[in-house]
Write a protein that binds this ligand. Structure first.
Ligand code: HEC
Length: 114
């Protein structure tokens, strides 16, 4: 008899565990990360410089961004900065990816793998 009660409980616990695991995995997949690195190096690099050391747009190096809050970097990447050449990237990015890019920039952006 106790099995009849235990099974749904077990299913519910499993579902909750799966949900928690997928929420914790907010990181883009490794394949998507490679795409994002390429996008930043190529597309962002066209304004921010090939080494992200600055060009038309300011430097996006670890040193240059040291004092900038992650939230504002994320917002600029997602929304652009109106009135400047910095375009919004939201339509190119999935949820969490502007944040991922901002975090990688602040940490020193990875090179493209070849
Ligand atoms: C068409 C040129 C252009 C492209 C492409 C571009 N940016 Fe920018 N970006 C700018 C300019 C110009 C600014 C400075 C805006 C200002 O004057 O506040 C800027 C500002 C920023 C800032 C804020 C820096 C700070 O010091 O506050 C971040 C972060 C940023 N860009 C990230 C990116 C990323 C990531 C990409 C690619 C996904 C990108 N940008 C692509 C021109 C560009």
């Amino acid at each position: 008899m106790s099995r009849r009660i235990a099974l749904p409980t077990l299913v519910a616990a499993l579902a909750a565990a799966l949900l928690a695991a997928s929420a914790a995995q907010a990181q883009p997949t490794p394949r998507r990360q490679a795409e994002l690195v390429r996008m930043v190096r190529q597309d962002c690099g066209s304004c921010h410089g090939m080494t992200l050391a600055g060009g038309l747009g300011p430097a996006l190096t670890r040193r240059a961004l040291a004092d900038k809050p992650l939230d504002s970097l994320e917002a600029v990447i997602a929304n652009g900065r109106p009135g400047t050449p910095m375009p919004p990237w939201r339509s190119m990015l999935h949820d969490g990816e502007a944040r991922w890019i901002a975090e990688r920039l602040v940490a020193g952006f990875p090179e493209e793998s070849r």
